[in-house]
Every structure is written in structure tokens, then in C-alpha cells.
Design a protein around this ligand. Structure first.
Ligand code: PMT
Length: 405
């Protein structure tokens, strides 16, 4: 299934290097041509010979050991690859890449490649939760790198937690899905932008106005778009959820930041799904110092935020625009009004007072409304399942537009 695909595996130093040997073996068995670069630390765990045997290619580890005088090895490898995988990726290589350091064969090649780079971290759970590592991963997400989240379980250091290199079988499956997207999947070649989670509107350095959105609905929609082959950008307010594999994540805090991020992705998007619960108001003034309490009552003056979805509706060309409506009464009526006022193609209406749906729950109960005034109600289901059904329904309706009247 990976016939003729050129995959460059960059191996950095951690105990999970032994799993990278299995990864290279499985990729070769699947028909890929695999080349391997190792760091010095990786070679402390496994010798290059193991990778040479599994890949049936020379292994690279010394930037200055030019095996072929007609090319510069790290540039040649960087240009050769269809896909680059860093597995296992240590906190060290993640940090170097985040600030553009090129000091060995792996990092020089990573900076030189224009191929897609996937990073599969493996490290101690506390290292993975370290603020600097989180910051560096965030930076790499914003720079367009894709992450294969580490799994949870027993770690070689004796801890139990998140930090195990994802299993080679799973990584190979993700690679196969990536390459099959090129031809087979319905959203292959399309760009889907999903917004998720709440926004936070700061009052002062320690207080903000927000809402109860957990991001579960939006993250599930982004996962569904990736599974159908879309290049998926997930623009997220502050949430506590793992980053779905294969998405490009852009973290934002306020409605103003979300507006800016959405507009920067809008022109070349094919579909935009706005499931974020964006604040309609923000404090007119943001205090730079903590507001002191005083005797008696106090009030905060609020001003309107920009309606992002309405702005998109005004600028829309070929994009399919999908909004959400969080309602507590007369949901369909209000949903229809939002669909028309914001010039949307579809709106997904949820009655957020329903015990099986709305903010924070794992399940949701929604009705999809189309621009032609049709309603498609769905029973309560898990948000992950619902997301797949919603994306598929919209795709089916789009293919069949003349009948949707
Ligand atoms: O995150 P979960 O816990 O899983 O919960 C999911 C959800 C309930 C948040 C989700 O299903 C949902 O309903 N999201 C939309 C919430 C919302 O803000 O609805 P609204 O009716 O206030 O806004 C209508 C639409 O306009 C939404 O698509 C919203 O993203 C958009 N909007 C709103 C205000 C604003 N300033 N800009 C916007 O783009």
C-alpha cells in the first residue's frame, strides 16, 4: 500500500528507538522506500546496522560524512522524501526544531525539507508536561508540523502516564491513511477549517468572561474531517483535550484572536465549520492590573465582539459555511434566522438545555438546517459519532444540491 512512497525516518535518542526499528521494518514490508537518519544519542540505544538491515539502505548520522560526492547528503535526503517522520522525537529535538537549530544530521535535514514532517514524541510523562516542551510543541503546531500523540501506559522510566511512542502498527496505519487520501477519500484535496471551544475575554490579568464549551464537539468534527481526507485546520479556544492526529492546530484565546486566525485561513478554505462558542461581548476596558475590590456593588461595561461567522458570510465566495446555534428555546426558529442573517449554507442547532447535549457533555442532540430550509434531526449520540454523521450528511447534500429544495 505504500509502494513507491519515500519515507525518511529521523531517529532521536530515547529508549523507544527499538520501536523505530519495528516501524522501519513495517514500512518496508508495506512497500515504502525507507531511509534513516540517527542522532548520536539514538546510536547509544541501537546501532545503525539494525536500521540498515530493516531499510535495506545506508543509514545517515554524520553531517560531514558525504557518502556521494555528487550531492550534499542532508539536502539530498530532504528533497528525496515524500514524508519525514521523527520517531521517537525527544524533548531535545522538539526544542531544537521549534527555534530552528540545525546542529546535526537530523536537525539540518529537518530544516531543509519541504516535505510534510510528522513528529512522534516519546519521553517521561513529566517531561511531556513540562511548560517548555508544551510551548515548543505548540510552536511546531503553528509552524505546520503534524504530531502523532504519545500513548498512555507504563514508561521505561518507571512512571505510568502519557509519553510512550505510539505503536509502530498505528503509525504505519496513519501513514497509509495519509497516502490513500490523495485519491480515495471524499475530502481529499479539500481544506476544512473548524473552530472549537470557548473564547476568553479578559477583564484584568486574573479574571475573564467565558462559557462552558469543552471543545468536544469541535475537536470531534476536526477528527472527522481528517478521517475523510481533508487538510484540517483546527482553531481552538482554551480547552483540555488531546490534539487530534493529523490536524494543524492554532490556539487562540479571545474572540478577536479567533477572528484573526479564521480570516487568515478563510480564502483558501473549502469548508468552514464554526462550532466554537464565541463570546458576544467583551469588557470595554481590560485592566492591566488586578482590579481591587471595593465596598458595594460593581459593574463591568461590555462591548460587542465582531461576529466572526457573519463576517465570513459577507466575504464568502465558493466556501461552504457551517454555523452552530446554541439555543435554550425555539431552537429551530432561532437557528433558521441565524442561517439566513449570517448567509450560511448549513446551521447545526442544539438545544443546550437538553440533558443529552450541549456544553461539556460527551453526547449531543442536534438538528441540521440547510440553506434550502430543510431540517435534518439527529438522535442523541456521542459527539465523535455525531461529527462523522454531520460531515457525511453535509457532503451528501452538497453532491445532491438540486434535490435539496
Ligand atoms: O464544546 P462542547 O462542550 O462540546 O459544546 C458544544 C457546543 C454546545 C459549544 C456547540 O455544539 C455549539 O453549539 N457551538 C456554538 C455555540 C455558540 O456560540 O452559538 P451561538 O448561537 O451563540 O452562535 C452562533 C454561531 O455564530 C456559532 O457558529 C458561533 O461560532 C458564531 N459566532 C458567535 C459569536 C461571534 N462573535 N462570532 C461567531 O462566529
Amino acid at each position: 500500500m505504500l509502494l513507491n512512497k519515500k519515507i525518511l525516518v529521523c531517529v532521536t535518542g530515547g529508549i523507544a528507538v527499538y520501536k523505530a526499528v519495528a516501524l522501519v521494518s513495517k514500512l518496508t514490508q508495506a512497500g515504502a522506500e525507507v531511509k534513516v537518519i540517527m542522532t548520536d544519542s539514538a546510536m547509544e540505544f541501537v546501532t545503525p546496522l539494525s536500521f540498515q538491515v530493516m531499510s535495506r539502505n545506508d543509514v545517515y548520522y554524520d553531517t560531514f560524512d558525504e557518502k556521494d560526492s555528487s550531492v550534499v547528503a542532508h539536502i539530498d535526503l530532504a528533497d528525496w522524501a515524500d514524508l519525514v517522520i521523527v520517531a521517537p522525537a525527544t524533548a531535545n529535538v522538539i526544542g531544537k526544531l521549534a527555534i530552528g537549530i540545525a546542529d546535526n544530521m537530523v536537525t539540518t535535514t529537518l530544516l531543509a525539507t519541504t516535505a510534510e514532517v510528522w513528529i512522534a514524541p516519546a519521553m517521561n510523562v513529566h517531561m511531556y508536561e513540562n511548560k517548555a516542551v508544551i510551548r515548543n510543541i505548540q510552536q511546531l503546531h503553528e509552524d505546520g508540523y503534524r504530531f502523532i500523540e504519545p500513548a498512555e501506559g507504563f514508561l521505561a522510566c518507571g512512571y505510568v502516564g502519557k509519553g510512550r511512542l505510539e505503536e509502530p502498527e498505528k503509525i504505519v496505519q496513519l501513514i497509509m491513511e495519509k497516502f490513500s487520501q490523495v485519491t480515495d477519500l471524499p475530502l481529499a484535496g479539500k481544506k476544512v477549517v473548524v473552530t472549537a471551544g470557548p473564547t476568553r475575554e479578559r477583564i484584568d490579568p486574573v479574571r475573564y468572561i467565558s462559557n462552558f464549551s469543552s471543545g468536544k464537539m469541535g475537536y470531534s468534527l476536526a477528527e472527522a474531517a481528517v478521517a475523510l481526507g481533508a487538510e484540517t485546520v483546527l482553531i481552538s479556544g482554551p480547552v483540555e483535550l488531546p490534539i487530534p492526529n493529523g490536524v494543524q492546530l492554532i490556539n487562540v484565546e479571545s474572540a478577536a484572536e479567533m477572528l484573526e486566525a479564521v480570516l487568515s485561513e478563510f480564502n483558501n478554505a473549502d469548508v468552514v465549520i464554526k462550532s466554537a462558542a464565541v463570546a458576544d461581548y467583551r469588557p470595554k476596558e481590560q485592566h492591566s492590573q488586578k482590579m481591587k475590590k471595593q465596598d458595594g456593588d460593581s459593574s463591568i461595561e461590555l462591548e460587542r465582539t465582531t461576529d466572526i461567522l457573519k463576517t465570513l458570510g459577507e466575504r464568502k465566495k465558493e466556501q461552504i459555511l457551517v454555523g452552530f446555534a446554541a439555543e435554550t428555546n425555539d431552537a429551530i426558529e432561532y437557528g433558521m434566522k441565524k442561517l439566513s442573517d449570517k448567509n450560511l449554507d448549513y446551521i447545526i442547532v442544539n438545544d443546550v438545555t437538553d440533558p443529552d447535549g450541549g456544553f461539556g457533555n460527551d453526547t449531543n442532540v442536534v438538528t441540521l438546517l440547510s440553506r434550502k430550509g430543510k431540517t435534518y434531526p439527529f438522535e442523541a449520540m456521542h459527539k465523535k459519532q455525531l461529527a462523522k454523521v454531520l460531515v457525511k450528511t453535509i457532503l451528501d447534500l452538497e453532491r445532491d444540491v438540486p434535490n435539496d429544495s
